[in-house]
Design a protein around this ligand. Structure first.
Ligand SMILES: [Zn+2]
Length: 203
C-alpha cells in the first residue's frame, strides 16, 4: 500500500454549497466544513473564492521554505527579465501637452496608504501576463498577500477603490485590445479584493 503522504497532491480545491458539485452545504457551515477538512488532511488554506465557493488548499511544507509556491517569484522575474526592461515597459510616453489621461491621473488622490506598493507589484504581474506567463492568478494572490497582508478593513476598502479608479482609467485611455491582459488582471484583482472584504467583514 503506497504511503498516503507521498501520493498527496500539492494542491487541492474543494467546493462547498453552490449546486450539485459542492461537497458541503451552502453558506458558512459548508465553508467551515471544507476549511476544516483541508486542515485535517494537512493542507494550508491558500485562497478562498467566495464567488465560486472554492477553497484552494496547499500541502503544508515539510520544512520552512521561502513561503511561496510559485516557480518564479516576482523578485526572480525582475532579475531574469532585467529590472530596467520592466520599468521601461511600464513607462507611459509623455505627450508634449497634458492629455486628459495625464490630467485625470495627476488630479486623482490615492486613498489607500498601501496602494502605491500594491500597484507596483500589480504592474509586474501585468507585465508577466502580457508576456504570456501562466501563473498570473497565483502571482496576483501573492502580490495581494505581500502588499495587503493584515491591513485594516478600512484600508483595504480604500485600496480597492484606488484599483477601481486605475482600472477605469486604463479602460478609458490605454486599453486598445479586446484581449487586453492588463484589463483581465484588473478584473481579477478587484474580484479578489472584494472576496477578501466579504470574507473578513467589519466586526
Ligand atoms: Zn487594456
Amino acid at each position: 500500500m503506497p504511503n498516503d503522504e507521498d501520493t498527496k497532491k500539492r494542491w487541492r480545491v474543494l467546493e462547498w454549497g453552490n449546486g450539485t458539485n459542492g461537497i458541503a452545504p451552502v453558506g458558512a457551515v459548508g465553508l467551515e466544513t471544507v476549511l476544516n477538512r483541508l486542515d485535517e488532511e494537512g493542507y494550508d488554506i491558500y485562497d478562498v473564492d467566495m464567488s465560486r465557493c472554492w477553497v484552494t488548499g496547499r500541502l503544508k511544507p515539510d520544512e520552512v521554505e521561502d513561503g511561496f509556491s510559485l516557480p518564479i517569484s516576482i523578485g526572480q522575474l525582475l532579475q531574469r527579465e532585467g529590472t530596467e526592461k520592466i520599468v521601461e515597459s511600464l513607462r507611459q510616453p509623455s505627450p508634449p501637452t497634458e492629455s486628459d489621461a495625464v490630467r485625470e491621473m495627476r488630479e486623482y488622490q490615492i486613498q489607500g496608504i498601501h496602494t502605491p506598493q500594491f500597484m507596483g507589484n500589480l504592474r509586474v504581474v501585468m507585465y508577466a501576463a502580457s508576456m504570456g506567463d501562466p501563473y498570473v492568478e497565483q502571482r496576483l494572490t501573492q502580490a495581494i498577500k505581500e502588499s495587503l497582508f493584515q491591513i485594516s478593513h478600512a484600508e483595504l476598502v480604500k485600496t480597492l477603490s484606488d484599483v477601481e479608479f486605475f482600472r477605469e482609467h486604463h479602460l478609458k485611455h490605454n486599453c486598445d485590445a479586446p484581449t487586453c491582459t492588463s484589463a483581465k488582471v484588473y478584473d481579477s484583482t478587484i474580484q479578489k479584493l472584494k472576496d477578501r472584504l466579504a470574507a473578513n467583514p467589519v466586526s
